[in-house]
Design a protein around this ligand. Structure first.
Ligand code: ATP
Length: 350
């Protein structure tokens, strides 16, 4: 395994049009990362730069300090699992799992032990001697995962939306299994997905991207508590974070004819948005006046849509707590009331 440093990396497929804007990040040895963002934001581009399928137009790729920018995937010692199964139909499951090890010249006795171990962890020991042809797409993809996990000598294992073909009810099970396997093997893993649940349950650290830009690298808790950008706040969470346009008056945020006391007074006075998650707004006896425009009951809790001085927001209301039908007031949790200037979290709050 290796520490992977993407040093001042950027990539443009067409000169001047950056699919990946300049970034510098060290991927820690042995950590599990998820690359999360909407379609076309540059996730596969970034993954392919790590694997060596793509040479970045700018910057360097360093594995444990060694420059591998010009090296191909085989020379980087990377295992990859793609969206669709990559297995040999004519071979048995055992032969498929053994293939990457045979290719690396591992002794046959060691190969067998390792194949049995990985098959046991993936719960496919009973089908090791079946031919791969005729297996369902789910089963084939589990073998592809096995082929990615079987080598012990890899610098990193990269997964590009590996659960796309997996039946929804199996997805959760396989994701948890991958997490267990990460704990046992401690490989550096990078997992591409556009699904926040998949990212947050799998990764120690989530890399959130949008429009070719890495907006935040953080733990699931960081992304929830301190989104570095309004996009992160909105993309993570269900519903996403509320953003309200405010004017600043000292350490007060002014919304129409009402104001909210802030814990700090930011330097910039205009173009500022106040960000607060629906979990941290609460109907109270006093606070900011609002109108409740609709109420959605999700069983575990309700989501109230409100209008605050003409701006919309959502409030998560725990079950059993009443929702006022008139003269509603909202309290803003001061520790979770954040400010964003031009989309980015105020520097003093980072
Ligand atoms: P998805 O989730 O849909 O796979 P992604 O986040 O992985 O998307 P990329 O595939 O990295 O995004 O694409 C980023 C941008 O680069 C997109 O605008 C895409 O159209 C463009 N792009 C990707 N590959 C090429 C290529 N070979 N030539 C030109 N443009 C490309």
């Amino acid at each position: 395994m290796a520490e992977i440093h993407l040093k001042d990396i950027a990539h443009a497929y067409v000169p001047g049009e950056y699919a990946l804007k300049s970034m510098d990040h060290i991927w820690q040895d042995g950590s599990a990362y998820a690359l999360l963002g909407p379609s076309g934001c540059g996730k596969t581009t970034l993954l392919n730069i790590i694997s060596g399928l793509l040479k970045p137009s700018e910057g360097q790729v360093l594995f444990d300090g060694k420059d591998v920018t010009g090296a191909d995937t085989a020379h980087r010692n990377i295992a990859q699992v793609f969206q669709f199964p990559v297995i040999y139909d004519t071979m048995t499951v055992r032969e498929n799992l053994a293939f990457p090890l045979k290719n690396r010249g591992m002794a046959p006795a060691d190969i067998n032990g390792r194949v049995e171990e990985v098959a046991g962890l993936l719960e496919i020991s009973d089908r090791l001697d079946s031919r791969a042809t005729g297996l369902t797409a789910d089963a084939k993809q589990i073998i592809s995962l096995g082929r990615g996990l079987v080598r012990t000598d890899v610098n990193a294992i990269l997964f590009d939306e590996p659960l796309t073909v997996i039946d929804p009810h199996l997805k959760w099970q396989i994701r948890s299994k991958l997490k267990d396997l990460h704990r046992q093997f401690s490989h550096t893993m990078v997992y591409v997905t556009h699904d926040q649940t998949e990212a947050l349950t799998f990764a120690d650290k989530v890399v959130v991207m949008n429009a070719g830009e890495v907006l935040q690298v953080g733990t699931p808790e960081d992304l929830f508590e301190r989104p570095a950008h309004t996009f992160v706040g909105y993309f993570i969470g269900s519903p996403g974070m509320n953003f309200l346009d405010v004017e600043l008056d000292g350490s007060r945020a002014v919304l129409g004819d009402q104001s909210i006391d802030l814990k700090q007074a930011p330097a910039k006075k205009s173009g500022v948005q106040l960000g607060i998650r629906p979990e941290f707004l609460d109907f109270a006896d006093q606070g900011i006046s609002c109108q409740v425009t609709s109420l959605e009951d999700l069983g575990r809790h309700r989501i109230a849509s409100v209008s605050i001085s003409g701006q919309s927001a959502k409030v998560i209301v725990p079950s059993g707590k009443p929702v006022p039908s008139e003269n509603a007031m909202l309290s803003f949790d001061p520790d979770h009331t954040l400010l964003y200037t031009d989309g980015y979290l105020e520097e003093s709050l980072r």
